[in-house]
Design a protein around this ligand. Structure first.
Ligand code: CAP
Ligand code: MG
Length: 414
């Protein structure tokens, strides 16, 4: 690559208010600095050969700068002028910081590990409307972890059966319910009928027990229709909406957040993220995605179970995801971190030990799989959360809480 060396500014101090700074982990047979320069070139002003149209002025103003190479990590700073947030937005940002570079033949592997945006760019986004605090206010649950379920089976239940599940879950003490990611508007469970039935169930829980609950309806759909679908379900009584950020795109989250007619919290699911985040040598880290979700305005986001549940994820990684949700380095409200995937009452103590209490703990199988049914499953999960919050070992709490005892007998403890 003819221009490569010109992209190297190793050791140069740059102003974080003027650049988007990216950390890439690179595997290559090239010299690391050359590989990093190839990325900086491809993602800003260069290509595989010198070009007559690139003059010094353009080069100086808009070129990505490789400012550090430490082991297999390269730091590349892109001038903020390279980005277009009015027309372009996150799709354009992603095509700069995580675009063509993954396909470069000279790189065996490359992973975008982290990104830092200048304040002026952060200020162009609203961040969450409710966030962790707002959700807690809605649910009148200021401190304890929120405790939720995903209606299982993923597909197949009718609106009435779904609503009954949610009623039982609410009566068992859960604060949150949600559609599963593959449930949309199939014939067996039309979305409008589901919304109405679930809203009635939630009202019934409130009337009968005083307990407040929300349920996230999956509005993931075509880009040009998502706001309309969200408006419709909101009008019919949805208390929260859910969007799949990888399949719909970050712009979908932003569209829902920025549309003045959408007034309910946005639960952000991340189905398909594993295709991009799971390989440690290739792709984009979940931490980066979490930062973008927070910018775009998700109120709650799946971040993993800190290594205790069924999905891949380690403590270190999920702590980074959690920080992206709640860290104080950006001008937004906190996103509520959601820990989901293979959770059950026996894992709650360990999870809370690692992740603390500012989380939403969610179980589908770990509620519906309880030997006593959904209500008892919900009670067992709530009891496990109460015990962890009160710092009472589950092994003690089970002695006085039969539903928890049954759950621990079925699933064991971490
Ligand atoms: C959990 C879940 C969620 C996962 C997604 C599922 O169900 O509904 O989609 O949590 O993973 O379909 O697996 P269970 P992540 O409680 O029955 O496992 O949160 O890591 O994105
Ligand atoms: Mg699911």
């Amino acid at each position: 690559m003819e221009y490569s060396n010109k992209y190297l500014h190793l050791g140069e101090e740059i102003d974080p208010d003027d650049y988007v700074i990216c950390k890439y982990k690179i595997a290559t047979n090239l010299e690391m600095s050359n590989a990093a320069a190839a990325i900086a070139a491809e993602q800003s002003t260069g290509t595989w050969t010198g070009i007559s149209t690139l003059n010094e002025e353009i080069f100086e103003l808009y070129s990505g700068r490789v400012t550090a190479v430490e082991g297999d990590i390269a730091t590349i700073a892109y001038p903020k002028e390279d980005f277009s947030l009015d027309i372009g937005g996150i799709p354009q940002v992603l095509s700069v910081i995580s675009g063509n570079l993954f396909g470069l033949d000279a790189l065996n592997g490359v992973r975008l590990e982290d990104v830092f945006f200048p304040k002026s760019m952060l200020n162009d986004f609203l961040g969450p409307r409710f966030g962790a605090e707002g959700l807690r206010e809605v649910l009148k649950r200021p401190e304890k972890p929120l405790v939720g379920t995903i209606v299982k089976p993923k597909i197949g239940l009718s609106p009435k059966e779904t609503a009954n599940y949610i009623y039982e879950a609410g009566m068992g003490g859960l604060t949150n319910g949600k559609d599963d990611e593959t449930l949309s508007n199939q014939k067996f469970c039309p979305i409008e009928d589901r919304v109405v039935a679930v809203a009635e169930a939630i009202d019934r829980v409130k009337d009968e027990s005083g307990h407040i609950m929300v349920h996230a309806i999956n509005v993931s759909t075509k880009g040009h229709e998502i706001v309309e679908v969200a408006e419709r379900v909101q009008e019919l009584g949805a208390s929260e909406i859910m969007v799949d950020v990888i399949t719909c795109g970050f712009a979908a989250v932003q569209a829902l957040r920025e549309d003045p007619s959408i007034k309910v919290p946005i639960h952000v699911h991340r189905t398909m993220h594993g295709a991009i985040t799971k390989n440690k040598d290739m792709g984009v880290s979940m931490n980066v995605f979490a930062k973008l979700v927070r910018m775009c305005g998700g109120d709650a986001l799946h971040i993993g179970t800190f290594g205790v549940g069924k999905m891949t994820g380690s403590t270190t990684e999920d702590i980074a995801n959690q920080q992206a949700c709640i860290g104080r380095d950006v001008p937004y409200k906190e996103v509520l971190p959601v820990c989901s995937g293979g959770m059950h009452p026996g894992l709650v103590e360990k999870l809370v030990e690692i992740a603390g209490t500012n989380i939403q703990i969610q179980a589908g199988g770990g509620v519906a799989g309880h030997p006593g049914g959904v209500r008892k499953g919900a009670m067992a999960l709530s009891q496990a959360v109460d015990a962890a919050y009160e710092k009472i070992p589950a092994s003690e709490y089970r002695k006085t809480h039969v539903e928890l005892d049954q759950a621990l007998s079925k699933w064991g403890s971490a």
